[in-house]
Design a binder for this molecule. Sequence first.
Ligand SMILES: [Zn+2]
Length: 305
Amino acid sequence: MVTFKVIILGNGSAVPTSFSNPSSQLLVHENKHFLIDCAEGTQMQLLKYRLKLAPINHIFISHLHGDHYYGLMGIVSTFHLYGRIKPLHIYAPKALEALINHHLEVSKTTLNYPLIFNPLEDFEGKDLYSDAVLRIRAFPLKHKLPTWGFRFCELERRPKIKKEFVGDHKPCIEAIRRIKDGADFETKEGELLKNEDITHAAPCPRSYAYCSDTAYHPPLTKYLKEVNLLYHEATFDNSMEEMAKEKFHSTAAQAAQLASDSQAGELLLGHFSARFKDPSILLQQAQAVFKSTYLTKEGNSYSVR
Ligand SMILES: [Zn+2]
C-alpha cells in the first residue's frame, strides 16, 4: 500500500501556549511532501520531528489569519539560504503574494529559486495540483475571512496483471490493455481465464480533507463526501456553541456531525482553544456523535486508510 499519511506539526488555535503550536501539517503521499498551513514556528517543528524541509515543493495556505501562515516567510527564506534552485509552489489567497514580495523587497532578497504563486481564487472547480496518482482541490469554508479547505484524492488505479499469467501466456500489448480494462482472456487452447483470476485488484482510491477554520457549515458535505480521513477544527466544546457561531469556528460535536453527514471514515480534531490544556472533553463530545474520532497530537502521524 502506498504511503498516505498526515503528520501534525501544530494543532492549537490563535493564542500561543507553552503546550501547543498553531496550525500546520505535513501530508505525505508516496514520496511527495505537501505542507498544509504554515503557522509561526513551522520550520522549527519540522526540525523537532526530524522531517526534511527539502522535499516540500508545494505549500497550501487556507487563509490569512496569522496562526495559519506567519511561518511562511521563514521557510521561503531558509530555502533561499540552502541554495534551493527547484521551484516552490504556494497556493494561497491572492493578497498574500504582495506581502511576500514586500518582505523580499525590503530585505533586498532575490530568491535563488522560482517561487510560483497560485491564488486560490483562480481555482474554483479546477485542480490545484495533479499527477498520475493524486489530485488536490480547494473548496470554500465559512470563516471571517475568505478561507479554503483542501482535499487530496488518489486517482483510480488500474488492476495489476499477475506476473505468472504474463510469463505463461505472453499476452500482446492490446490484450494487456483489454485485461486492465476488465476483460477476460482466451488462451491459445481456447480456455477462458477470468479477469479476477489473472489480475490483482487495484486498491480503492483514498482521500484526505483538511478543514481549517470554519463555522459549522452543513453544505460542506458536498466536498467531503466519503472522505477516508477528515481533519476538522474543533475550537470549542458544546457549552460554547454560541461563541463558536459568533467567531466562525466549530465545536467538536459540530465537526463530528459534519463527518457523520459526509460519511467520512475517520475524523481528526484540532485547532483547540488555548483554554483546553486537556482536550479530552472535546473527544467525548465528538465521539457521542461520530465514534471514529481522534484528537490530533503534535508530532503524531495518521494514516489515510
Ligand atoms: Zn482563522
